[in-house]
Design a protein around this ligand. Structure first.
Ligand code: NAI
Ligand code: MG
Length: 494
């Protein structure tokens, strides 16, 4: 080796520029050793006598023990919700219900930093996302639906809008507090009471929300929170509730649909996705690169509407791919609590294994994998941001939801071909279109079978805008005036 070669070999591989560590302090979060169930306005010990540990996926450290609700506990929570509904909540004037929702929204804002830190500790998502997206949007949902509570007669004119009753709500681990807000805010605004089951890997912000609910003096039983895993969820589906709202895997969604079929109970399902992000040759390429990166690497790709299939028009393929690879190399992967982190920890070991298995199938089926040089922390669950080229539509990585930081890239020549490839999926939750032509955006939006179509942006959310899917992505809409409908009986509707 020459001297120059030796010097080069001694240089560690470093990214283009280095950031000093900028960890968010965690002392604002006061963890309890053990959390009970939140039933009838109080934290109670589970009748089941069981608890389970909840960890930080970034360090694998145990954060707390959480009660595991059995069928008897779920029944008590449903009774509390029923009693609160029948004897109080449904008869309150809408303006009174709104006051509580506004109170919860304001307290979420006041305690935003505490919620953001806890969300990142328990779920592994970057603090800049929990701080700038999850928590503000959760508060925004409570504010938004508070505004509807006394305006139901204007939202649904010429009909009597009455609450459905008790809602059983089962949520996933990718946006723990935000999903709780999506479920609770419209249900409560419409006069329903609720039993919420958080996901087993991320129960802590829902339990902090229970404290906020207590501080807001929400009447006991209006919101009940039962922690546990799939068995607890299944017990809630079997309990005498009037409506089930579920967000999670298509597999469990189908099981819930079977269980509720013929029972007369209402059901909404928000399930998986395999969204196409479509870049036309006339798109602003740098802007599209940022949108594609945000579309798949936001929240480690644990997003049902993630842009996991990139469709690129052939003339810009080489340019776009080069820029995407460069951009991938600048993503900072690591400590979720570091303010500079772009990609945090994978939520659980099980999810990491699922991502690994699907990525291995991509290599095996003949696609080309690209991963930038990337150092991962020794402990915890991590996955390097990954691209696949040479992907065909029959590959599993083009068909199945990976729910991780993995992008499958394909090309197209004509708009018709883009539509055909984009719609060639059992899912239909979201899509993205990148082009400078407004007419093309409208032409595409009409033909894409997706609940949401973003144009020259991706992963944009607002409480006033309805969200939901087609086909195996589920049915029912959340957000906006549409999001109230699943929680209302509209009597006298023509
Ligand atoms: P999952 O569907 O099993 O879990 C979601 C929620 O349902 C959790 O609260 C869980 O405890 C509950 N649950 C599980 N089994 C149940 C049952 N039999 N009855 C009632 N509730 C039940 O999802 P999982 O296993 O965490 O993730 C598997 C895959 O699902 C992911 O890799 C991803 O592809 C997809 N997924 C999609 C989500 C979305 O936002 N649409 C969210 C989470 C997962
Ligand atoms: Mg599961």
């Amino acid at each position: 080796m020459s001297e120059i070669e030796q010097a080069a070999a001694a240089q560690p591989v470093v990214p283009a520029w280095e950031y000093a560590p900028a960890p968010e302090a965690t002392d604002i979060v006061k963890l309890k050793d053990t959390y009970g169930l939140f039933i009838g306005g109080e934290f109670v010990e589970p009748k089941s006598g069981r608890t389970f540990p909840t960890i930080s996926p970034a360090t694998e450290e145990e954060l707390a023990n959480v009660a595991e609700a059995g069928a008897e506990d779920v029944a008590l929570a449903v009774e509390a919700a029923r009693s609160a509904h029948d004897h109080h909540w449904r008869d309150l004037p809408g303006a009174e219900r709104a006051k509580y929702l506004y109170r919860i929204a304001r307290q979420l804002q006041e305690r935003a930093r505490e919620f953001a830190v806890l969300e990142s500790m328990n779920g592994g998502k970057p603090i800049k996302e929990s701080r700038d997206v999850d928590i503000p949007l959760a508060a925004a949902h409570f504010f938004y639906y508070a505004g509807w509570a006394d305006k139901l007669e204007y939202a649904f004119p010429h009909v009597q809008a009455r609450p459905v009753g008790v809602a059983g709500q089962i949520i996933p681990w990718n946006f723990p507090l935000l999903m709780a807000a999506w479920k609770l805010a419209p249900a409560l605004a419409a006069g329903n009471t609720a039993v919420l089951k958080p996901a087993e890997t991320t129960p802590l912000t829902a339990l902090l929300l229970a404290e906020v609910i207590q501080d807001a003096d929400l009447p006991p039983g209006v919101v009940n929170i039962v922690t546990g895993a799939g068995e607890t969820g299944a017990a809630l589906v079997d309990a005498p509730v009037d409506k089930i709202a579920f967000t999670g895997s298509t597999e469990v969604g189908k099981a819930i649909q079977r269980a509720t079929a013929g029972t007369g109970r209402r059901l909404t399902l928000e399930l998986g996705g395999k969204a196409a992000n479509i870049v036309f040759e006339d798109a602003a390429v740098d802007q599209a690169v940022e949108g594609v990166i945000n579309g798949i690497f936001f929240n480690q790709g644990h997003v049902c509407c993630a842009g996991s299939r990139l469709l690129v028009q052939e003339p810009v393929y080489d340019e776009l791919l080069g820029k995407l690879k460069d951009r991938l190399g600048t993503l900072r992967v690591g400590d979720p609590l570091d303010k500079n982190t772009d990609v945090g920890a994978i939520n659980s070991r099980a999810q990491l294994e699922k991502i690994g298995e699907l990525v291995a199938s991509g290599v095996e089926e003949g696609a080309f994998m690209y991963q930038p040089p990337c150092e991962l922390p020794e402990r915890g669950f991590w996955f390097v941001p990954t691209l696949f080229t040479g992907v065909s539509q029959s590959h599993r990585i083009a068909r199945e939801e990976i729910f991780g930081p993995v992008l499958s890239i394909m090309t197209f020549r004509t708009p018709e071909e883009a539509v055909e490839k984009a719609n060639n999926t059992p899912y239909g939750l979201s899509a993205g279109v990148w082009t400078e032509k407004g007419s093309r955006i409208l032409w595409m939006a009409e033909r894409l079978r997706a609940g949401v179509v973003w144009a020259n942006t991706f992963n944009r959310f607002d409480p006033s805008s309805p969200f939901g899917g087609y086909k195996e992505s589920g049915f029912g809409r959340e957000g906006g005036r549409h999001g109230l409908e699943p929680y209302l009986q509209l009597e006298g509707r023509p």
